[in-house]
Design a protein around this ligand. Structure first.
Ligand code: PNS
Length: 172
């Protein structure tokens, strides 16, 4: 149980680091929207790219990180890193107090709830914070973007332009 007064930040402990984890295969404009929102609220935002994907990624870890680094370059409080293993261990190593996740629709909620509760059980000091992406991105996912690209559908405006080019090359 968390009691009022538990882990109240001291005056030297006010910088809030958040970790934003995901597969980012590839990064979409929805992810970028969330990164922009997170970067405005948290002092430091570490975008944590999962290395160990059960699903076979289209882009390897190096490509996913490269694209994220390029499209987040302008945010000075945002960094991109790879992580392997337990997310909360990575977050602890970064001295993060927050795990940031986006929720698009009610359908995301069940999975996100399970993950947040499990992470809280492993590490009660780290809080999961959910944010809503902008409305135009509420239906957007990396999976759908990849499917569209494979089938020759329009992906303009759904991903940053460098990702659009890489996707087209990858699926051609
Ligand atoms: O973009 P995704 O695929 O929804 O991201 C899922 C991710 C990478 C955040 C999640 O699978 C994860 O945290 N993996 C790390 C392993 C872990 O810590 N598992 C226990 C949490 S329930």
């Amino acid at each position: 149980m968390v009691r009022i007064g538990d882990r109240m930040p001291s005056s030297s402990d006010k910088r809030v680091v958040a970790v934003y984890p995901g597969s980012f295969d590839p990064v979409t404009n929805g992810h970028l929207d969330l990164i922009a929102r997170g970067a405005m609220i948290f002092d430091r935002l570490v975008v944590a790219v999962s290395h160990n994907l059960e699903k076979d990624p289209l882009f390897d870890i190096r490509e996913r990180i490269e694209m994220l680094e390029a499209v987040t370059f302008d945010w000075k409080n945002v960094e991109v890193e790879m992580f392997d293993g337990l997310l909360v261990e990575f977050a602890r190593a970064k001295e993060a107090r927050v795990i940031l996740r986006g929720i698009r629709a009610v359908s995301d909620y069940e999975y996100e709830l399970q993950m947040a509760m499990m992470n809280r059980k492993i590490e009660p000091q780290i809080e999961t914070v959910f944010m809503l992406p902008g409305e135009p991105y509420s239906y957007l996912s990396s999976r759908l973007v990849k499917e569209l690209a494979r089938l020759g559908g329009p992906i303009k405006g759904l991903v940053p332009s460098m990702v659009e080019e890489r996707l087209r090359t990858k699926v051609s």
